[in-house]
Write a protein that binds this ligand. Structure first.
Ligand SMILES: [Fe+2]
Length: 323
């Protein structure tokens, strides 16, 4: 249990609720119940795969104060920084800015690049079973206040959901996200509900699972053509189709949103946390100024592969849902 983030505990704990796992104490000393790095890595991966939230009360790598101050200085009203900013490590490029040829944009890119590298190096050492078995996805800077932020229904962050990226299908690989609250005064507030192992079967029933990949040569050549002309979503597997539908169905389902069991978490200034957002139903209720790095981790790297969302769904379907 993390001493700093606060938890509101329901009277009777429903099944499949995420737990907070404090990985380090405030001085940075390990709290992992394992004697060597390999055992520690397996234990931490198993906690993540169970749908738990790993928390570091202080940023566990170097993050210069001058960089934090630069990010905090980017006011919401500054039109050049009014959106979430994404950093694409593979291209060393930022998106989400109106102007990318300014000194401010160059500084922002350098800070996000450094953050991305530091998180990656830190997790390569910490989560040894996953090291080298992930695709480095985007990092982002989130300068907007989340409380009261307006967005279209499917883009709302304040409604519990599992993540699914329509333009970056994972084909059953996992979405691991590492967050840092750089706000010096304000906590970032999350709510989580039950994990995919509990909720997935419910939504599989209500939405229905996609059928097996067709062996029809015509369907296959049409899919090949769609890929060749880079049609968005052409690589989407039956698993990705389901996860995208599930993401939308959760946000559209007002009865689910109102009645699902919820736990509230507060991540104080300088807290860092990570979670598989494809198996932890999560929502962001408040907070401003966070950084985040996403990894797409191979499903083959899981230490408890049967707990993965794709494994849960394939057990129900009785056939493969990957491409
Ligand atoms: Fe999300």
């Amino acid at each position: 249990m993390c001493a700093s983030p606060m938890q509101s505990i329901p009277q009777q704990q429903p099944t499949g609720m995420s737990q907070l796992v404090k990985v380090q104490d405030d001085a940075g000393a390990s709290l992992v119940p394992a004697s060597d790095p390999a055992e520690s890595g397996r234990w931490l991966c198993s906690q993540l795969e169970a749908g738990n939230i790993l928390v570091f009360p202080k940023t566990p790598f170097s993050f210069p104060q001058s960089d934090r101050e630069f990010l905090l200085g980017q006011k919401q009203t500054n039109s050049a920084f009014h959106k979430n900013v994404a950093y694409r490590p593979a291209e060393d490029r930022i998106t989400g800015l109106d102007k990318t040829d300014t000194p401010e944009a160059a500084r922002l890119r350098a800070i996000l690049s450094g953050y991305s590298q530091n998180v990656t190096q830190f997790l390569e050492n910490l989560l040894s079973p996953y090291a080298g078995k992930w695709k480095l996805d985007f990092a982002s800077f989130r300068p907007l206040e989340e409380r009261g932020r307006t967005a279209r229904l499917h883009a709302r962050n304040d409604l519990p959901h599992f993540d699914s990226f329509p333009t970056r299908p994972t084909n059953g690989d996992r979405i691991l996200r590492f967050f840092t609250n750089i706000n010096p005064a304000q906590s970032r507030v999350w709510v989580t509900s039950q994990t995919f192992e509990t909720l997935g079967p419910h939504f599989a029933k209500s939405i229905g699972l996609p059928g097996p990949r067709s062996a029809n040569p015509l369907a296959n050549s049409l899919r090949g053509l769609a890929k060749a002309i880079k049609l968005p979503g052409a690589n989407r597997s039956p698993y990705d189709q389901f996860m995208h539908k599930c993401h939308n169905a959760m946000k559209e389902d007002s009865a689910f949103q109102q009645t699902c069991p919820k736990q509230r978490w507060e991540f104080p200034p300088d807290a860092n946390w990570m979670v598989f957002t494809d198996c932890v139903s999560h929502a962001v209720l408040g907070g401003q100024y966070a950084l985040e790095q996403t990894f797409l981790v191979s499903r083959k790297a899981m230490v408890e592969a049967q707990r993965s969302p794709i494994a849960v769904l394939e057990r129900i379907a009785g056939y493969p849902l990957s491409n």
